[in-house]
Design a protein around this ligand. Structure first.
Ligand code: ADP
Length: 398
């Protein structure tokens, strides 16, 4: 079956068409940018061919989905003859609140609940729903599946997800920790069982998804028992532009001092903080590393704060699970930045962690980078959220 994976942002749409019967091969993929904004562009990639770039107004996501379908079926560079060749569509949906513990085939009720979660994912959930409705309009009866970023974390016990605020807010508004990057944590923790040769029913895995947004999760016997992100992706690690854990009183303090609204301050904490905020240089770790190497003190501080926040969560989750069998790194920084991995792991010599420098230099592969003598296995596992979404979609429609 060919599965179309769709990931809608507020002004973007990423897609991949994956052939599940041909080793999960990506047949085509692409990106629609600046949807609803002047200068919209579709970049369509077919492996082995030059990129197709189409600059054309996309007033909304429905136009974007139409252009994607046209590109997929184009006479010259298309990869399917008819839309009926697409067996199912898998949509990444940010927030499923307490309502979804798994991926689901989309129907009117599912759409109603995704709408109910708009407040919890104000930037993403509305775009996700628009993408779903646009695909329905164009693909008719083709089954569509919602794969939630929050679902994998729904196995957390109450002691991990409750905030210590009056329980009426939990009861009335479902305010609690949810966690995100669930598709990645799920996929990577499962792959880790194979790569590190662990017993699925007796395994303690810590997954560090370190990208522009970053989160750590504790996975005990294949089930998530804690994760660093919260009600929204703002909580947890120091990130590219997000502050991660701060004293909640910071919000009031900045609002009063700078005469700003709560919304203004939250915007600052989401978009202008993290390593960007500390360094004043960039949210991108490649820029930060370059600045640090040139002696930029603020960039050095930002990197140290990031590493320290990862270390603290790993330490907390070793405690939560009373041990750890494997620490796994994934996403842009986790997969590519050996120096950051080394800095993080240097805090865990007390656990008997030993890294093999040669293996730790390998890129783009699923690999155990610890030495045979290491008491904890350390792995690097490239995440593949699209394939994970396609797997979930197939499981739901079969
Ligand atoms: P997002 O959360 O946007 O998906 P990514 O997982 O792509 O983010 O991670 C972005 C971060 O990963 C950036 O800080 C970037 O510096 C780093 N990164 C991505 N690719 C590489 C690479 N090839 N080499 C070094 N760093 C990389």
């Amino acid at each position: 079956m060919k599965i179309l994976v769709i990931n809608c942002g507020s002004s973007s749409l990423k897609y991949q068409l994956i052939d599940m019967d041909d080793n999960k091969k990506v047949i085509a993929k692409g990106l629609c940018e600046r949807i609803g904004i002047e200068g919209s562009r579709l970049t369509h990639k077919v492996p082995g061919h030059d990129d197709i770039v189409i600059d054309k107004e996309m007033k909304d996501h429905k136009v974007a989905v139409t252009m994607v379908m046209d590109a997929l079926m184009d006479k010259e560079y298309g990869v399917v003859k008819d839309k009926s060749e697409i067996g199912a569509v898998g949509h990444r949906v940010l927030h499923g609140s307490v309502f979804f513990t798994d991926s689901v085939v989309i129907n009117d009720e599912v759409k109603r609940v995704i709408r109910e979660c708009f407040d919890l994912g104000p930037l993403h959930n509305p775009a996700n729903l628009i993408g779903i409705e646009a695909c329905e309009a164009i693909l008719g009866d083709t089954p569509q599946v919602a794969v939630f970023d929050t679902a994998f974390h729904q196995t957390m016990p109450k002691k991990a997800y409750m905030y210590a605020i009056p329980s009426e807010y939990f009861e009335k508004y479902h305010i609690r920790k949810y966690g995100f990057h669930g598709t990645s944590h799920s996929y990577v923790s499962k792959r880790a069982l194979e790569v590190a040769d662990l017993d699925p029913d007796n395994s303690k895995v810590i997954v560090c998804h370190l990208g522009n947004g970053s989160s750590v999760s504790a996975v005990l016997n294949g089930k998530c028992v804690d994760t660093s992100m919260g009600l929204t992706p703002l909580q947890g690690l120091v990130m590219g532009t997000r502050c991660g854990d701060v004293d909640a009183a910071v919000v009031q303090y900045i609002a009063n001092k700078e005469n700003r609204t709560v919304d203004d301050v939250l915007n600052i904490l989401n978009k202008k903080s993290g390593v960007l905020g500390i360094s004043g240089v960039s949210s991108d770790f490649r820029d930060l590393e370059a600045a640090e190497n040139e002696g930029n003190e603020a960039a050095h501080t930002a990197m140290e704060c990031f590493v320290y926040s990862v270390v603290k969560y790993i330490g907390a989750y070793v405690a939560a699970m009373n041990g750890v069998d494997a620490i796994v790194f994934t996403a842009g920084i986790g997969e590519n930045n050996k120096d950051i991995r080394n800095r993080v792991l240097s805090y865990f010599t007390y656990l008997g962690v030993e890294v093999d420098d040669e293996k730790n230099s390998v890129r783009g592969e699923e690999i155990v980078v610890s030495t045979p003598a290491s008491k904890v296995k350390v792995c690097v596992i490239p995440t593949n959220e699209e394939v994970a979404i396609a797997n979930e979609t197939l499981a739901c429609v079969q």
